[in-house]
Design a protein around this ligand. Sequence first.
Ligand code: GLC
Length: 565
Amino acid sequence: MDCVKVLLDGGKGGVESGLKNVSSHCSISEMDDYDLSKLLERPRLNIERQRSFDERSLSELSVGLSRGLDHYESAYSPGRSVLDTPASSARNSFEPHPMVADAWEALRRSLVHFRGQPVGTIAAYDHASEEVLNYDQVFVRDFVPSALAFLMNGEPDIVKNFLLKTLQLQGWEKRIDRFKLGEGAMPASFKVLHDPVRKTDTIVADFGESAIGRVAPIDSGFWWIILLRAYTKSTGDLSLAETSECQKGMRLILALCLSEGFDTFPTLLCADGCSMIDRRMGIYGYPIEIQSLFFMALRAALAMLKHDAEGKEFIERIVKRLHALSYHMRSYFWLDFQQLNDIYRYKTEEYSHTAVNKFNVIPDSIPDWVFDFMPTRGGYFIGNVSPARMDFRWFALGNCVAILSSLATPEQASAIMDLFEERWEELVGEMPLKICYPAIESHEWRIVTGCDPKNTRWSYHNGGSWPVLLWLLTAACIKTGRPQIARRAIDLAESRLLKDSWPEYYDGKLGRYIGKQARKYQTWSIAGYLVAKMMLEDPSHLGMISLEEDKQMKPVLKRSSSWTC
Ligand code: GLC
């Protein structure tokens, strides 16, 4: 009884569209969090799914979805995506877009094996490119959309292998010159070396010691925890997360980011280039991407840590940090029309607890563009906040993950989506999605990037458009009940991606040109598209990668007009 398969490929055959083993997912995504006996009721579920598909539109479903998201998920809830909706409801359900089959084929071509087992996907399968650099490696962050695609397609083994392999790598001693890195650090990437003569496979990993700029990837550990939760949620297999190895792996990552120091803020202090933006781009300090991932990883770990002696200590620290972090982010990183107006009128040089302008931001440092960019309706988390410095740039990943992790309150989440609608041309243009907005140019580019020729204005990390971000946008759209925005973005991607051979990024103010040095057949562009498609077809997949609002973290009361809309 393979209901999802029938709904997804309309009887055309799973293999053709790359779909396999879907039935296992079908039963699991329908399961109630605690009621395993529902497994026995598959035939009934099939009928219900079919009927729901006929009767309800996606927008109706999505409204229901976002309403259904409000119970606190502190308990561990295996085996079910949070949202129970029919398997397939998008308008193209019965006719998969021709690109889907191509995408699956390309994704499978990027598989990397270690001793016969698939353990990941390479960053890009671009033979035409003269320079390979490290694009032939398995990147932790790049593998996330691949992993989600495989999980959604009922193929969890590769994800499990990847989680275990990277966990082993975490155990390595990591050095840069004579300096030893923190024990919990996860690699940015790894490579499998095949020796055809000896018939052996070995692995080399990069924790930042080979990376351009020698920067450690702070995001890898967070993605690892988030992926462990996605695996558990999707398969219902609690046993992996419960192993002492995984428990220890989580604790080591947490020990790195929860350690005490000289910090006055609950946010995590970072070097430039420590995440998806892995070159100098002026994101040092407290970048939104890392803060959102930090928040999400803390919440995911909270749900998976065992309440044993070692686990308990971390649980307590996580709870305290989450409390402080959500307050700080929601109060100081949030920007909308009202808030911008308040900052514009700030007094400076205030001292003591009564200060309104706590970080002594000088209004003259507000860039001109932000006054035009800020709509009356809408808002976002800005790029960075530190003493006398607010980076007003908008970053896609941090804002989407803020929605998915519920770091954003429901009001903030819908204001972020309002901004997408109001500033569609700037943020999406002709190819979803800008990595950040706006680009930095001229003198500022020289100072901030160190004259990086790859990061010239509207290219690559400096305002380039990255198709991989489509899956995050789609997930955020589903969570906030606005699937029509995702549909519009997917349509744009479908008009170009296959024809252009799945580029890594696009350049230009509208994202119209294939990126100057973009790889072709970039795996996360391919996987990101597949994940976006599958999520829109079956919004219940969202539960893998989304956390419900935590009612205990009280939203900060603010006076923004956009919040009341
Ligand atoms: C680039 C990107 C980085 C990605 C890597 C592999 O360096 O900036 O985010 O992980 O390529 O695709």
